[in-house]
Design a protein around this ligand. Structure first.
Ligand code: ADP
Length: 518
């Protein structure tokens, strides 16, 4: 988390070369990469493969086998078997210290192969190194935090309640058993960690379903989980399309709990599917974040900071800023500074030094963003920067120029999440008007207030209807505080990265015990 600083710049790439180990892993001697189920590498019965590409060059990185209904079923069976184990010695019964030791061994292997996981994030995910490196650090941070939570968590029998002279009751808390994580393409390493560690440390066996655009880090993590020594079936990875592999996971009644991150449409549809057979869920489903800029700030410094967040992973960050409400007294200066920041972003290939705005992840996103830019202008957004396709020398890729619009209260030109360096800026008469407009969205993931008056900022931030509200910062993450959404951005279940997250991966029963009738 950084504070307001006039020197702030966009996330920037250093030159990054693919390490030999990454190339070898992707090529696998000419064979497609397989799923990982019950400790074995599985090609699947569908005989279907898909290619994962580098969005900045359109180069094929690897061919991957798709997992279908039979593989999902096998993974559930293997995970269930590993959970219970033979002679009652399953993952469920492992002492928490032993689970922590194994998880930290896995983290050490991730750190040994840091360059490979960075390559996954940079080439498969299209991310610049500055961001990918920060993402990588979340592996250890998440694991350490949840080890600490797991060690102090209250599992098993709760305190007994004397109900009557012959009847007592108590709670019994245990893991769900088999749980799945359905992961999107924008932050694979981070979101894998946010799922894997609390789920495993609570005692569950996992099915990890990476996005079809970015399967490589999950598949590499399967290799590291095997090397770390997770018992077969504890850690399963199922690559494939959402409508095939993801859908089969949602439809399987043996999956007791799903952690989903992705779009509201898919999250809502999975929830309906899960509800048919009682699978529980927690969801994070995007946002259309607001920043409110008060008249006491340095407009140039705040514009730069907001620009950095808006362009974090080229705007493909769920909680980031895409709507700005700025006091009209400083609006012109703010808009000029914001335009300068976006105009100066260096568009380029994500692994070349100096790149700040790389390609979006796939052709669908490319089309969606370009359409959204046109739609914003059509709905009355006054163009400050017009966006449109961008060219990068010697690279075929999904490149787009940044877009900025000036708008006014009452013009609804930015209703949906647009995953790019894209923002609307609305001059406002008062902070009350800004709060009202910022809250006028069905989303509610992240919002911020920018002011030198911290007390006032806190009071205003609390009025924003978002899971994370911030003063003079945005896209903030800390272990111990929940990261989750209000409105269509999230729920049910608590946010991630807090104690409640750990308990989301558990269930509670009531146990009643009466004296034997005499
Ligand atoms: P985005 O819009 O960010 O691509 P999606 O919601 O489409 O997000 O995808 C997020 C994750 O959900 C991905 O792993 C994707 O494969 C998966 N997914 C997509 N459709 C379905 C579905 N019908 N059932 C289960 N998972 C799905």
């Amino acid at each position: 988390m950084s504070t307001v600083d006039a020197e702030v710049r966009a996330f920037t790439a250093r030159k990054f070369e693919a390490p030999a180990k990454f190339i070898e892993f992707c090529q696998l001697g000419g064979a497609p990469l397989r799923g990982y189920i019950g400790g074995k590498y599985v090609a699947g019965t569908m005989n279907t493969t898909f290619q994962t590409i580098d969005p900045g060059s359109l180069e094929v990185l690897a061919t991957v086998c798709e997992m279908g209904a039979a593989e999902v079923d096998a993974a559930v069976t293997e995970a269930y078997r590993a959970y219970h184990g033979s002679q009652g010695k399953g993952w469920k019964t492992w002492p928490v210290e032993d689970r922590c030791r194994l998880v930290m061994r896995f983290v050490e292997l991730c750190e040994r192969d840091r360059d490979v996981l960075l390559a996954c994030e940079i080439f498969d995910g299209g991310k610049v190194s500055e961001l990918a490196e920060g993402d990588f650090d979340q592996i250890r941070a998440t694991a350490e935090y949840f080890c600490q939570v797991a060690k102090s968590a209250e599992m098993g029998d709760g305190e007994a309640l004397g109900i009557s002279s012959s009847l007592k009751g108590f709670t019994y808390r245990e893991p769900w058993g088999v749980v799945a994580g359905i992961i999107p393409w924008n932050y694979p390493v981070v979101l894998n960690s946010w799922f894997i560690f609390p789920a495993l440390l609570a005692g569950n066996c996992i099915l990890l379903k990476p996005a079809e655009d970015t399967p490589l880090s999950s598949l590499y993590m399967a290799k590291l989980a095997e090397e770390a020594g997770f018992p077969a079936g504890v850690f399963n990875v199922l690559p494939g399309r959402g409508e095939i592999t993801g859908q089969c996971i949602a439809e399987h009644p043996g999956v007791r709990f799903i952690a989903f991150t992705g779009s509201p449409e898919i999250g809502q549809s999975i929830m309906r599917t899960c509800d048919r057979h009682g699978t529980r869920m927690k969801r994070e489903m995007g946002g259309n974040g607001a920043a409110i800029v008060l008249d006491d700030v340095d407009p140039e410094a705040v514009a730069r900071q907001i620009g950095r967040y808006t362009n974090q992973h080229f705007g493909q960050t769920c909680c980031t800023i895409h709507r700005v409400f700025v006091d009209k007294k400083i609006a012109d200066e703010f808009i000029d500074s914001q335009r300068a920041f976006f105009e100066n972003l260096q568009i380029g290939y994500q692994a070349d030094a100096g790149t700040q705005l790389g390609a979006v992840v796939n052709s669908t996103q490319h089309r969606r963003v370009l359409q959204a830019q046109q739609e914003t202008a059509r709905r009355g957004g006054q163009i400050v920067l017009s966006g449109g396709p961008a060219e990068v020398a010697d690279k075929e890729g999904y490149y787009i120029k940044p877009a900025l619009y000036k708008t006014q209260p009452g013009i609804d030109c930015n209703p949906h999440e647009v995953f790019h360096a894209f923002a609307t800026i609305c001059p406002v008469q008062s902070v009350a008007e800004a709060v009202e407009l910022a809250n006028r969205t069905p989303y509610g993931l992240g919002a911020s207030v920018w002011t030198k008056d911290i007390e006032r900022g806190i009071n205003l931030a609390k009025q924003l209807r978002d899971g994370t509200v911030q003063v003079n910062c945005h896209n903030s993450i800390a272990y111990g505080l929940p990261y989750g959404g209000q409105g269509i951005s999230g729920g049910p279940g608590g946010g991630v990265n807090c104690e409640e997250t750990f308990y989301d991966y558990t269930q509670v029963k009531a146990v009643y015990v009466a004296d034997y009738p005499s």
